[in-house]
Design a binder for this molecule. Structure first.
Ligand code: SF4
Ligand code: SF4
Length: 134
């Protein structure tokens, strides 16, 4: 059912964000070449569907290509709430961040990868459920 799948995805996104939080805080704020400043529009069709069904912030219509770096990057980091970010923003862990995570806790990357796989599966499931219910 769509609403159950949305809830599961939301819970897992909160979990992967929490697992990365301390490492992102330690590393990303002093990064010399932040990934968010090197990308533009990242929303996929599955991201947009998830936002529509979960009631998240729907800002993807804004003109995203007129500014250098991601349109949603503010002076203190991402201006979108955690669940409204494109999935790639949760999933992308650069080599430096991965090294930092592994150096502190060797099991966290494995847990993150398993949760990313689960989210990916649920996003596909959500798409199928949405088509079935419409
Ligand atoms: S994920 Fe990597 S590239 Fe992106 S801001 Fe953090 S340290 Fe920099
Ligand atoms: S949406 Fe947020 S986290 Fe994703 S690239 Fe843009 S600023 Fe970075």
């Amino acid at each position: 059912m769509v609403s159950e799948t949305v809830n599961k995805i939301e819970d897992l996104i909160s979990e992967v964000a929490a697992l990365q939080k301390e490492y992102v805080a330690r590393l990303c704020f002093k990064c010399g070449a932040p990934c968010c400043a090197r990308v533009h529009y990242l929303f996929s069709e599955k991201d947009i569907l998830f936002l529509r069904l979960s009631g998240g912030e729907q800002k993807w219509r804004r003109e995203a290509m007129s500014k250098k770096g991601c349109w949603f990057l503010g002076s203190s980091g991402c201006t979108l709430d955690t669940k409204s970010r494109p999935f790639i923003c949760h999933h992308y862990i650069c080599p430096d961040l991965e090294e930092e995570i592994k150096r502190n806790d060797s099991k966290v990357m494995d847990v993150l990868k398993a949760k990313f796989r689960e989210i990916g599966h649920l996003r596909s499931q959500l798409w199928a459920e949405y088509l079935d219910e419409t």
